[in-house]
Design a protein around this ligand. Structure first.
Ligand code: NFS
Length: 654
């Protein structure tokens, strides 16, 4: 394997890495070689929560001769367990804050749009508005759409500052799941409250019992999955439309040499939606023609790409580790960013070429970027100004343009409601056909594979290897975020992929329904769709009465962000076995790791796992799925599917 092949399995990425090297432009892939991670921080054994530290309490290389572990504490006496748990919990708090602050922004715009204050946005999905209103305990009666929408906006915003009671969407979970949460005292009150409390608990000298810290972290994570993230997905669906299957294209080859290329990168779909709506305005198209361009090519990057792909089929330039490389093509006239997953190095890479890096959100400025703030009350004007800025930059392109030819078709847009329709038809929409196929063994189980890329592992390789192994073993995969983009690039998001890659059972179901073996469910906040899909499967019957009963598992083998830890923790706290790769952030404490990997199964009925090797991770997930099948008494059905002739004769003779 060449050095470049160790960096990525994606040919477009490799060719742009060669170009970056030739152009003398440094990328994250170079820095990953020159800077190694701190081993003490990586295992969660560094406490910098006060100025007496940082205190480092690394796990001893060997146990001491007596077999006792050396006592490891910080200056204040905080044990390695407390330090490890606190560090983990703070990742959960930060991740929850990120998703939820995104959600708050969406909720504020939603309310303003409902009041008629933002002309660019209106209620697109009335059906979903009614559903969400019912779940927020809003009376519908004879009220107008506008009245209902205003109350939905107000109540959604109130969920962030709620001081007591329960976040309303937690009532969407299966009844048994709610009981488990109530018994453990982890039903989240308000989103902000849980984040604030977790930051308080992990301050110097507060909660110093690792079990208590990690239970509180679960409460906070649930405020993300069943609170912030879910509010975000639902309100975005109402405003911009609930995704339905749509054909799209992915990889750096979507950039066009003869067009003004504008990359929308980040997370909130607000500005991208307006860019899409104004891009064909005559004055914008005329401006593009005047500089000699054939038009404006709007493409997405990272989770903004997922949002705009799911609802409009817009092309996707790539996932997290490709953000710098889009600029390296030399053909990006503007990269427009809002919040999250935007590397500061974009400003440096942009300097190697002609690209204008434009920040648009008051919460996320980058030194060296041009700041053009998105104000939703003047949404179209701001969007047009941004596009004209990109157009005016077209003439500044340097001669070193090279766009890889790689693009792949993908069918995306599988919201949980859409899966419902596809399986049962418009008049009998239901998850029951999926359950039946799980019960009869054609589908062995369900896996959610989500999350980031990570420059410490070969780009796209762990996720792709894992997912191929899962579908080969008849496990249907629900994917989101950068992991879903990996599947898109590899051609797994087409109905034809079922025949090529899936086991015969899964392939037969996919062919009958006309769906890919991997269903792209959206961006990272849309992991809430996976929670809803899992709940719908429970409610459809025949597979137990809780999410933890399902033959299902989750994974994020290329995770890197704090948001991924929040997501993983809410999956676990919702009853899902969830496997992470790359590195595990509590290896500094055996006790903390044991609590998360084993003991949580007794309380939350879900647990964490760690496995960097994707084939071994697949094995762990499939074993878990089989264990759940056995507990449900449906393991035999599947065995019959797999019996060969010799075995059949044996049975018949018996
Ligand atoms: Ni989610 Fe990771 Fe970022 Fe999206 Fe990609 S890196 S946690 S997948 S873009 S949020």
């Amino acid at each position: 394997m060449s050095d470049l092949e160790k960096k990525s399995i994606d040919p477009a990425t490799i060719s742009m890495l060669k170009k970056a090297a030739a152009d003398g432009c440094e990328t994250i892939f170079d820095r990953a070689e020159s800077m190694k991670p701190c081993p003490i921080g990586a295992e969660g054994s560094c406490c910098k929560n006060c100025a007496m530290g940082p205190c480092r309490v690394p796990a001893p290389k060997k146990k001491d001769a007596s077999g006792d572990k050396a006592k490891r504490t910080g200056l204040c006496g905080a044990t390695a367990e407390t330090i490890s748990a606190r560090n983990f919990a703070r990742m959960v708090a930060a991740g929850t804050a990120a998703h939820s602050d995104h959600a708050r922004g969406v909720a504020e715009v939603f309310l303003a749009a409902a009041k008629g204050e933002i002309k660019e946005f209106s209620i697109k999905d009335e059906q979903k508005l009614y559903q969400v209103a019912a779940d927020l305990e809003i009376e519908i009666g004879e009220r107008s759409i506008q009245e209902i929408a205003i109350e939905v906006g107000r109540k959604a915003i109130a969920e962030f500052g709620r001081q007591e009671g329960e976040i309303l969407f937690t009532k969407r979970a299966p009844a048994k799941r709610q009981d488990i949460w109530r018994k453990l005292g982890v039903v989240p009150r308000g989103v902000d409250r849980e984040v604030v409390e977790l930051m308080h608990r992990t301050h110097m000298g507060v909660d110093q019992d690792y079990k208590s810290i990690l239970t509180a972290a679960a409460r906070c994570a649930l405020a993300d999955g069943w609170g912030g993230s879910m509010i975000s997905t639902d309100l975005q669906d109402i405003l911009f439309g609930n995704p339905v299957p749509v054909l799209g294209e992915i990889n750096l080859g979507v950039l066009k040499k003869d067009h003004v290329n504008v990359v929308m990168h980040g997370h909130e779909p607000l500005l991208p939606e307006v860019l899409v709506s104004v891009v064909n305005a005559p004055e914008i198209q005329q401006a593009a023609a005047a500089v000699g361009a054939k038009g404006i090519n709007l493409v997405g990057m990272c989770c903004s790409a997922n949002e705009i792909l799911m609802r409009h089929g817009l092309p996707v330039a790539g996932n997290f580790l490709q953000q710098e490389l889009a600029i390296v093509t030399g053909a990006v006239d503007a990269m427009v960013v809002d919040v999250q997953c935007e590397m500061q190095s974009l400003a440096q890479v942009a300097k190697c070429y002609h690209t204008k890096l434009i920040t648009t959100n008051p919460r996320a400025k980058i030194d060296g970027a041009l700041h053009m703030e998105f104000d939703e009350h003047h949404a179209s004007d701001v969007a047009k100004t941004i596009l004209l800025e990109a157009v005016s930059n077209y003439k500044n392109r340097k001669p070193n343009i090279d766009i890889p030819s790689n693009t792949t078709d993908q069918v995306v847009g599988f919201s949980y409601e859409t899966i419902n329709y596809l399986l049962g038809g418009v008049f009998r929409a239901s998850y029951r056909p999926l359950n039946d196929n799980i019960i009869n063994g054609r589908i062995r189980g369900i896996a959610g594979v989500v999350g980031c890329n990570n420059a410490r592992v070969t780009h796209d390789d762990p996720n792709l290897t894992l997912i191929k192994e899962l579908i080969k073993n008849d496990v249907i995969v629900l994917a989101s975020g950068c992991a879903a983009m990996t599947c898109g690039k590899a051609g797994l998001l087409t109905p034809e992929a079922a025949k090529a890659y899936a086991g015969s059972g899964l392939a037969s179901v996919c062919e009958a329904v006309g769906i890919p073996p991997v269903l792209h469910m959206g961006s990272c906040v849309d992991n809430s769709r996976i929670l809803m899909a899992a709940t719908a499967v429970v409610k459809a019957g025949g597979l137990g009465d809780d999410i933890s009963d399902l033959p299902a598992a989750g994974a994020a083998l290329e995770w890197m962000s704090e948001k991924a830890v929040a997501i993983g923790h809410y999956f676990v706290a919702s009853g899902v076995y969830t496997v992470f790769g790359v590195t595990w952030p509590t290896t500094g404490s055996d006790e903390v790791t044991k609590l998360l990997f084993e003991d949580f199964e007794n309380t939350f009925k879900g647990k964490w796992g760690f496995e960097a090797d994707p084939l071994k991770a697949a094995k762990l997930m499939i074993e878990h799925i089989d264990k759940k099948r056995k507990a449900l008494g449906i393991d035999k059905a599947r065995e019959r599917v797999l019996f060969d002739m010799a075995k059949r004769r044996e049975i018949e003779a018996a």
